[in-house]
Design a binder for this molecule. Structure first.
Ligand SMILES: Nc1ncnc2c1ncn2[C@@H]1O[C@H](COP(=O)(O)OP(=O)(O)OP(=O)(O)O)[C@@H](O)[C@H]1O
Length: 543
């Protein structure tokens, strides 16, 4: 065992003449088999003190499996070794061992208890593991306030977590993880490690900045962070070094200096990735498919918008600007306060009376952003998840044609590159990104007339994104209209014919043609143009 005195805590790299730093975490030859399938094969990497280490890879490449091994949730196959701050750790880890070592996790589902308060969630470990006969709430309250203010997080400790915004929840989960490793560091005097498993997909740009400043403050104290993300720009901004997995094996490692966008993508995908460019030039005039007037919801003020036949319309803005409500209001999944919709020149219908059933009958489909809560059923097989909305078409002569269902599921899985492509597997056995592919395939397969999307490629890797974009474009070319709400400017710039930018509940800018760039969209989101009250569109930016 090596003591803390050997360690350099000032930064991620060793300087000439400085004592050789010990890795905080070092794993060698970690493998994991599920049934007959190898999810991980001889994975080895090190995380140095004060380092942000990116763990990247396509959907299903084994990142979460590795995280779950480090959390003691999965036992690895025999043969792997692990050291933490130079000490050999015997595998498998027992549940809770990670805490003793000085590790903390923020999983994709955040692991907060919604019915408890900010304080109770933040102080959960000390509250449940302490030996005191009673809880001194004023001490706990002080500790919670200190933790929140350390990270400049303006939250009321007594607020229930289910009343927080998704951003506040994510930041709270991260503060809790940082507090846990700090508590352990106070005892051991050695650096800790926080593992962030895709914490950013639902964070707006300002939330990501806040998260990154939290990450920097933890690495400045000498502890380390493993950062898992599919966002290459974020990875390049925050990480000091990167390990890339491909199909469960080591695809390679990069230092910050070596990590260009192209080098990372090539290592993840295994080849150069060519984006299919949006047709250049000005806006294309299309017949209107759906005209929506005076639509309002919780945050959305009365707004008018339309989508053309075969058009991909993007909606974006800062968090709370109201754009994210639109797909749900149009589909009737959230109650509209006002509004009408006219489809294909037909009769005007009240949005306030539209139910999801009626919307489906009109040829609408909605892919919600909350993959775990509202989109798929984790406990059902992939085949059932694929055909839930239209299972009746497999019912013939009093029998369910299971074989036909599985056959179609298999070919859909192949088309959307679902891995593993086994329709009998439960949705929960798929990696996050592969589960999202199943849900996109479900709706695309029904050839809807209007596809409503909320953050469609959340958690989806760079290679698969291109496939989804190509599938959306192909369907749009055949006449499907798409409304896509997303906080990802790059994604919108790549697929949309037109983007509406929302501010304070109203549409403030419309971007078309060559003005539709990642930078143009981001700028428009941050522009403080005051929205007009009756005529919502205040500017149209075209080439
Ligand atoms: N409990 C399980 N049972 C069977 N197979 C599993 C289980 N958990 C994961 N797998 C499989 O292991 C492989 C790796 O999955 P993992 O979730 O680690 O991928 P990932 O890199 O985290 O992907 P994503 O970016 O989509 O989250 C996948 O093929 C997945 O289907």
């Amino acid at each position: 065992m090596t003591g803390v005195s050997d360690q350099t805590l000032s930064g991620p790299t060793n300087h000439p003449g400085a004592p050789q730093a010990l890795p905080v975490l070092s794993v060698s030859n970690i493998s994991k088999t599920f049934g007959g399938a190898k999810a991980l094969q001889n994975v080895s990497f090190k995380v140095m003190p004060g380092e942000v280490h990116g763990l990247l890879g396509k959907n299903g490449s084994g990142k979460s499996t590795l995280v779950k091994i480090l959390a003691g949730f999965h036992a690895p196959d025999d043969g792997g070794t692990m050291q933490f701050n130079g000490d050999a750790v015997s595998l498998p880890l027992k549940p809770g061992d990670y805490r003793r070592l000085g590790m903390a996790f923020v999983h994709q589902n955040l692991g907060l208890i919604p019915s408890l308060t900010v304080l109770e969630n933040l102080r959960l470990v000390p509250l449940t593991s302490g030996k005191a006969l009673y809880i001194d709430w004023s001490t706990q309250d002080r500790a919670a306030r200190q933790a929140l203010s350390r990270f400049s997080l303006d939250l009321d400790p007594n607020e229930r977590v289910d009343r927080l915004t998704p951003v506040q929840r994510a930041l709270l989960a991260i503060v809790r993880a940082f507090e846990e490793i700090e508590a352990s560091r106070a005892i051991t005097g050695r650096p800790g490690l926080v593992l962030l498993d895709e914490p950013t997909p639902f964070l707006p740009a300002a939330g990501v900045e806040q998260l990154f400043s939290m990450v920097r403050s933890i690495t400045q104290s000498g502890s380390s962070v493993i950062f898992i993300s599919h966002d290459i720009d974020e990875v390049m901004e925050i990480t000091d070094s990167i390990t890339v997995l491909r199909d469960g094996e080591m695809a390679g490692a990069l230092t910050r200096d070596e990590a260009s966008h192209e080098a990372i993508v090539k290592m993840i995908v295994g080849r150069n990735l060519f984006k299919t460019a949006r047709p250049a030039g000005g806006p294309v005039e299309r017949p209107v498919f759906a005209r929506i007037s005076g639509l309002s919801g919780k945050m959305l003020q009365k707004s008018d918008l339309h989508v053309g036949k075969g058009e991909i319309l993007g909606l974006t803005g800062l968090i709370g600007s109201g754009y994210g409500e639109v797909p749900y209001l149009v589909f009737g999944a959230h109650p509209a306060r006002s509004g009408t919709i006219t489809v294909d020149g037909g009769a005007e219908l009240a949005q306030t009376a539209l139910s999801p059933r009626a919307a489906i009958d009109m040829g609408f489909a909605l892919l919600p952003g909350d993959r775990q809560g509202a989109s798929g059923v984790d406990s059902l097989p992939i085949v059932d998840n694929l055909f839930l909305p239209d299972v009746s078409r497999f019912f013939k002569g009093g029998f369910m044609r299971n074989r036909a269902m599985v056959r179609e599921a298999k070919s859909l899985g192949a088309a959307f590159e679902v891995r593993p492509n086994d329709p009998g597997l439960k949705l929960s056995a798929l990696s996050g990104g592969n589960a999202q592919k199943v849900l996109i395939a479900r709706w695309m397969n029904r050839s809807p007339l209007l596809l409503l999307l909320d953050e469609p490629t959340q958690g989806v890797d760079v290679g698969t994104r291109q496939q989804i974009f190509a599938a959306l474009r192909a369907a749009a070319a055949k006449g499907m209209s798409v409304i896509c709400a997303s906080s990802e400017a790059e994604q919108l710039a790549e697929i949309c014919d037109r983007v509406l930018v929302f501010s304070k509940g109203s549409i403030c800018t419309e971007l078309v043609g060559d003005a539709l760039t990642k930078e143009g969209i981001s700028e428009a989101c941050y522009a403080t143009a005051a929205p007009a009250s009756t005529s919502p569109l205040t500017s149209r930016v075209a080439p």
